[in-house]
Design a binder for this molecule. Structure first.
Ligand code: FES
Length: 331
């Protein structure tokens, strides 16, 4: 019987590898995407650093502690122990490769008094994919700014919803740049909270303001998947004027088998909307026989507050997803 070892990749993900397999063979079987070319120890495309453990690389036994930085060719390396490896550009199962691209700024349109929709076009000839619910980084003046992608991947167009109110000078600077330039640098995709295949349970979305953007992408993905479990949307704002794309949820009601939505206003009473914070409306409605998956969209303080409220209500943390948890961890 071959020995089986655990390979930890880039400190995050793990897979099992028999001692008679190369690390790349086992990683690919587990769904990892390794950079490879020759697969024969020649091109060095698969080279990475052995952080801990021992491997057999053809006739050489290599130990992680032998030098400061031990470089290994994983297409010909077989483990002799559990190993921790660092490999640039490796993708975990379900993860898509990240690209830095120059996008054309195609169109900017106002969606309400302080939210604009920006349409970007990806370059032709470069296949860039993302999962619904992922975000991208806009690279401007040496800084990178995360924005959720508001459409699911069905072509070269990227949709962003940018709120640029008086209280957000950074967003105003970004909008000033986007309105005066013809292209912008972006890195995408990013984030591990997404919907690619259809979940086997209800899906509830709770979002505030432009946290609606990733929700829109995920609902569109569920429509494309002909999803037939219940889908609920709870969208919160301060006033009716802060909401946008008002007819879209009604269209989704026609496109999905079981969809309903609630809008909640925190600052004023209005007969067409629930009163109070958006997650309060969601918790009041929580009587599904099957516990839903929750996807949250909004600012980091809002997302973490909703997370806490759901957990307090007995929702397992593993059922709650939000891209904010990746780029704005709780302090
Ligand atoms: S893929 Fe060429 S050396 Fe590994």
């Amino acid at each position: 019987m071959p020995d089986i070892f655990t390979i930890t990749v880039n400190g995050r993900e793990r897979f099992s590898c028999h001692d008679d397999q190369t690390i790349i063979e086992a990683g690919q079987q587990a769904g990892f995407g390794f950079p490879v070319a020759c697969r024969n120890g020649v091109c060095e495309r698969c080279m990475g650093t052995l952080q801990s453990g021992h491997v057999q690389q053809r006739n050489h036994t290599i130990h992680a502690g032998d030098a400061d930085s031990i470089q290994v060719l994983y297409c010909i390396a077989q483990p002799l122990s559990d190993c921790e490896i660092d490999v640039p550009e490796v993708t975990a199962p379900g993860e898509l490769p990240s690209h830095e691209v120059h996008c054309q700024i195609q169109q900017i349109e106002a969606l309400n008094h302080d939210v604009s929709r920006v349409w970007l076009q990806l370059p032709a000839g470069k296949r860039v994919q993302w999962h619904a619910g992922q975000y991208m980084m806009l690279n401007l003046n040496g800084e990178s700014f995360p924005f959720s992608i508001a459409n699911h991947c069905d072509g070269r167009r990227l949709e962003l919803h940018i709120r640029h109110g008086d209280d957000n000078s950074a967003a105003q600077d970004i909008m000033a740049h986007l309105t005066s330039a013809s292209t912008v640098s972006a890195t995408l995709p990013a984030g591990m909270r997404f919907i690619d295949s259809a979940p086997e349970q209800p899906v509830w979305f709770i979002c505030g303001s432009t946290g609606f953007a990733p929700v829109k992408a995920m609902v569109e993905r569920l429509i494309a998947l002909d999803f037939d479990h219940p889908v609920r949307l709870f969208w919160g704002a301060r006033t009716p004027e802060d909401l946008y794309l008002p007819t879209l949820p009604s269209q989704w009601k026609m496109a999905l088998k079981d969809f309903d939505f609630t809008t909640a206003l925190s600052d004023i009473r209005h007969p067409d909307h629930a009163e109070g914070l958006v997650h309060e409306a969601a918790l009041a409605a929580l009587n599904e026989p099957e516990l839903p998956l929750f996807y949250l969209g909004g600012s980091p303080p809002m997302a973490w507050a909703v997370f806490d409220a759901l957990v307090e209500e007995g929702v397992p943390a593993g059922n709650i997803h939000c891209d904010v948890f990746d780029y704005a961890p709780r302090e």
